[in-house]
Design a protein around this ligand. Structure first.
Ligand code: BGC
Length: 749
């Protein structure tokens, strides 16, 4: 009894003592610590090994690259050797893994990253398709919804947006970016960052963006993935860096470097890119993660001799986190002890990462993003599906519509033919991250069946996407003959474009174009749907078939969105953001090329001694900015507030846009300039602004663009951003080729 009593007394005294200390420390910590102070207070507690651990990122078993060393993962987390995991998803899994991190000495929470590239559970169109919408609000919304779902699923970080400018459709990763234009790419980069990060990281519905691949990854020689990049300093600054800068200025939390070398220096070990430009000139305060194994990749490049040298070069050049190379965890501590890497350099990287963990609120609650309730709600939110359908509609590009064959009439009997008609998985495209669940994807067959009813719909596969058998042709021809209209859906399977999916032959694969020819021979009217992750080549089809819709890979709502456009519930408004070549031999072909001393002038009689190929028409198949509508638009009444402008002035350029057709529709009006004479050869045209305008049939609106010095500037050879006085052509049109209104502007001193 007495022992029990005395035990109780001891407990009470102890409680009072702790309570007193606690209230005193509360009184002392009256002034809340800043996040940077909190970062320092954690850093001060860390051993060198724990610091290195924060810079180490492992993948879970779902991998996007060669897996390495899975065996000791959990023990390493407990030992404080891991700062972040990628490819763990879902509340249950992330919570379980975070619990392991909470067993480590300092209980520093893990960051969970994932490739949420175009949607999470609800899949949106691939980024190249979304870019074709030229609709920044919709693009932001798609990233917003992806972030809402991903964060509800325990994730903190997406490896997106990919902002690599790409001029080569042989490169499989064109599907992941916004196309070939720097201005449009920069606007889209900002919209995506805003969408992912919402009202700011730390909100439970936001994820950190990761801008990639820094830098110039899209310029891989020959479009061969992971290949070297060799370009002038000027081109790097003028064409490839601006979308990265725009994303950094929009507050992107993190960056990823890239596999390629730039002029001989791998991006992962590139001090100029990472320290001088990104962390220096642009004052970027977030952290840089390597690409998958790209620190180790510097050994294959022949840039370093071994993993230890790779770690040394990477950290010193500004790469903060090591994704799956294990170069840091195996070598950094030794490098510090040997004096090759300053502890201050390691500390700087650790602080950048800890700061993001604080900003996310993970130190206050490591399970902040782990709510099953929210996960269930958001992953089944019907609004997300609605938005996916809307942006999918806007991503479709109408390439041809002779004699207004489209939109179709629901009463027509349809023969739906083609290897992709019933596919669900191929609608999702590459980076379909919620696999293997694709049951709720709407196939093209389902979308069209809903419109016309089962009895009005005949179906035949015709052939496979990519093989040589024509045994299915007869059945396809037979159903075509019974129908009023044929819808033929062809293209690429989802694995044919994407990372490591470069192709030397980008013609419509297999015997698909032969199938089109065979059906065409029946004399039935044909609409072609092309589902793909890149521009494909289909010259015969483009020359003969009356109606073509480029439908890319449109995501979960593909079938519904396609049916909406086919039957006129949505009037197509998409415009290409990448040039479509006539042949592979024409690549690279892009609209904003420089003029030569012997240029090709559109419409002039071809002569031999001009730039181009003797055996090919000089123009592309479909130009940048091109896309048709079910209505027509008239551009008139160009006005300029002045035809002369001083560098500190701004002028207003306006015109009237009228919907002259019978239905309402959206037009993407494009504003281009050309610097006529400059100290360096300038592009024949550069997009400087655009607007997407909705007009009712018969409606007119005055559209305004502003021009200031910024829009007339370029990088000179000293990498100074300058505007030179002289004449500038002002061009407004519906595509880079179809210029409707033109004038000139003088920039005067
Ligand atoms: C890709 C990155 C991706 C990473 C993680 C790499 O192979 O290049 O874009 O974020 O894998 O999955």
């Amino acid at each position: 009894m007495t022992t029990k009593l005395s035990k109780a007394c001891v407990l009470i005294i102890l409680f009072c003592f702790i309570f007193q200390i606690h209230s005193k420390s509360n009184a002392n910590s009256f002034k809340p610590k800043s996040l940077n102070e909190r970062v320092d207070s954690v850093l001060n507690l860390m051993t060198l090994h724990e610091k290195v651990g924060q810079l180490n990122q492992y993948s879970s078993s779902w991998a996007t690259g060669p897996e390495s060393h899975q065996e000791n993962k959990f023990q390493d987390i407990k030992d404080g050797k891991v700062g972040s995991m990628l490819n763990v998803k879902g509340v249950e899994a992330t919570r379980a893994m975070q619990k392991i991190a909470m067993q480590s000495r300092l209980k520093i929470p893990l960051l969970f990253g994932f490739d949420v590239i175009h949607g999470y559970k609800i899949t949106f169109p691939i980024p190249l398709a979304e870019a074709s919408s030229w609709d920044l609000e919709e693009i932001e919304k798609s990233a917003r919804i992806a972030a809402i779902e991903a964060s509800a699923s325990g994730l903190h970080w997406t490896f997106a947006p990919m902002v690599d400018i790409a001029r080569d459709p042989r490169w499989g990763r064109v599907m992941e970016g916004a196309g070939e234009d720097t201005y449009l790419g920069s606007e889209i980069a900002k919209a995506r960052v805003k969408g992912f990060q919402g009202k700011g990281i730390g909100n439970t519905d936001a994820v950190m963006a990761c801008v990639k691949h820094f830098a110039a990854y899209g310029a891989a020689i020959g479009g061969r993935d992971y290949n070297s990049v060799d370009m002038s300093e000027r081109t790097l600054w003028e064409v490839y860096l601006p979308p990265f800068k725009a994303a950094a200025m929009a507050g992107a939390a993190t960056f990823m470097n890239s596999f390629n070398d730039v002029n001989g220096v791998p991006a992962t070990g590139n001090t100029y890119l990472q320290r001088d430009i990104l962390k220096g000139k642009w004052n970027f305060k977030g952290f840089i993660v390597s690409d998958w194994g790209s620190i180790g990749g510097m050994i294959s490049h022949g840039f370093v001799g071994n993993s230890k040298e790779a770690a040394n070069v990477a950290i010193n050049s500004g790469n903060d986190m090591d994704m799956e190379s294990r170069s840091y965890i195996e070598n950094l501590a030794a490098l510090v002890k040997e004096g090759k890497v300053a502890i201050g350099t390691v500390d700087e990287s650790v602080k950048r990462i800890l700061l993001k963990k604080f900003e996310l609120g993970l130190f206050d609650d490591p399970y902040k993003f782990c709510s099953e309730k929210r996960e269930n709600q958001e992953l089944t939110n019907p609004q997300h599906r609605k938005s996916a359908r809307q942006i999918a509609q806007k991503s479709i590009v109408l390439l041809k519509n002779d004699n207004d064959l489209l939109p179709l009439n629901k009463k027509q009997k349809v023969a739906l033919i083609g290897p992709l008609a019933k596919s669900k998985n191929d609608m999702l495209g590459s980076w379909n991250v919620y696999w293997p669940d694709n049951s709720d994807v709407v196939s093209q067959y389902e979308g069209i069946e809903q419109r016309v009813g089962k009895n009005n719909l005949l179906y035949a596969k015709g052939c496979e996407v990519n093989d040589s058998s024509k045994t299915g042709f007869d059945e396809a021809i037979a159903i075509a003959k019974q129908a009023d209209i044929v819808i033929l859906t062809v293209g690429e399977k989802s694995g044919m474009s994407g990372e490591a999916r470069s192709r030397s032959n980008i013609h419509l694969p297999g015997v698909q174009e032969d199938l089109i020819k065979a059906i065409y021979a029946t004399g039935k009217p044909i609409v072609i749907l092309i589902n793909a992750g890149r521009p494909l080549i289909f010259n015969w089809t483009a020359d003969h078939v009356p109606a073509i819709l480029y439908t890319w890979w449109l995501g979960s709502e593909a079938g519904n969105a396609i049916a909406d456009v086919l039957y006129g519930d949505y009037n197509p408004s998409g415009k290409l953001t990448i040039t479509f070549p006539r042949e592979e031999g024409q690549i690279p072909v892009y609209y904003n090329h420089l003029n030569t001393g012997r240029p090709y002038v559109r419409g002039s009689a071809d002569t031999t001694y001009i730039t181009g190929y003797n055996d090919l028409v000089r123009t592309p198949r479909f130009p940048f900015g091109f896309g048709l509508s079910y209505t027509s638009f008239n551009y008139s009444n160009l006005k300029m507030s002045s035809t002369k402008m001083k560098p500190n002035e701004m002028i207003d350029i306006s015109f009237t846009l009228t919907n002259t057709g019978k239905v309402k529709g959206e037009e993407v009006v494009q504003f281009y300039i050309r610097d006529e004479v400059a100290s360096l050869v300038r592009p024949v045209k550069e997009l400087k602004d655009f607007q997407k305008i909705m007009l009712l049939s018969g409606e007119s609106r005055d559209i305004h663009f502003k021009v200031d010095k910024e829009k007339l500037s370029f990088y000179n050879n000293k990498i100074d951003w300058v505007a030179e006085s002289g004449t500038f052509q002002i061009m407004i049109g519906s595509s880079s080729e179809n210029i409707e209104l033109k004038d000139t502007l003088q920039l005067v001193d």
